[in-house]
Design a protein around this ligand. Structure first.
Ligand code: SIN
Ligand code: FE2
Length: 223
């Protein structure tokens, strides 16, 4: 007999989110445990389609370093980095084509998660898709290339678990270390919108759906 913890919760209104626990991180920031679990297989199918049109790539930082995280995007704009800087671009620089349309299931998940975290009006127009392999890390940074900082960031974790680093508004603030598993969603906005965050080097493992990978989706209101 198989037994799934989250399938057996009644998802009461207080303290629980779509079958998982709601875990406050800071003022304006919360982890919604398991929020994307049941939708994950569908999200992964959509990601396969997106990758067919806008393949994974390792972007170059303005300083000339190759990022260890592989990235692509969907939506009306995609986050890109090259020698000239960071920006949102309506076109994929590799193909010159618009980024793949954001699937309805992505949009629905992101708006529901934002609403659950207290951001009712979230209308994301960009989704950055990150792929981590064992050893891949993302150094502490702020998401500050978006035009409207009133909108939150919604981040969906799939595949191998990661240690998410969530700090304060100053780079020097020591970050909390939060384990994020397959299906967990983090939302940060309001007073936490410009919090420094990152991902510790990914530990090796074997995930039933994603093998030796972690994929993260971050939804933003970019334009
Ligand atoms: C990001 O900061 O863009 C991604 C965070 C994550 O992979 O959890
Ligand atoms: Fe980020």
């Amino acid at each position: 007999m198989t037994f799934d913890l989250f399938d057996n919760l009644d998802a009461p209104d207080d303290g629980h989110a779509a079958g998982g626990v709601r875990e406050p991180l800071a003022d304006g920031a919360v982890v919604l445990r398991g929020f994307a679990r049941t939708l994950a297989p569908q999200l992964l199918d959509e990601i396969c389609v997106i990758i067919g049109r806008a393949p994974w790539r390792h972007m170059i930082t303005p300083g000339g370093l190759r990022m260890s995280v592989a990235m692509t995007n969907c939506g009306q704009a995609g986050w890109v980095s090259d020698r000239t800087g960071y920006r949102y671009d309506p076109h994929d620089p590799l193909s010159g084509e618009p980024w793949p349309v954001m699937p309805a299931a992505f949009l629905d998940l992101a708006t529901r998660a934002a609403a659950d975290a207290g951001f009712a009006e979230f209308a994301p127009d960009a989704c950055l898709i990150n792929r981590y392999e064992p050893g891949t890390r993302l150094s502490l940074h702020q998401d500050r290339d978006e035009r409207d900082l009133r909108a939150p960031i919604v981040s969906v974790s799939l595949g191998l678990p990661a240690v998410f680093l969530f700090g304060g508004l100053r780079r020097a603030d020591r970050p909390a270390r939060i384990r994020l598993a397959h299906g967990d969603v983090v939302v940060w906005g309001g007073p936490s919108r410009l919090a420094f965050h990152g991902v510790a080097p990914l530990a090796d493992g074997d995930h039933p759906l994603l093998g030796r990978e972690r994929i993260n989706l971050t939804f933003r209101k970019a334009m």
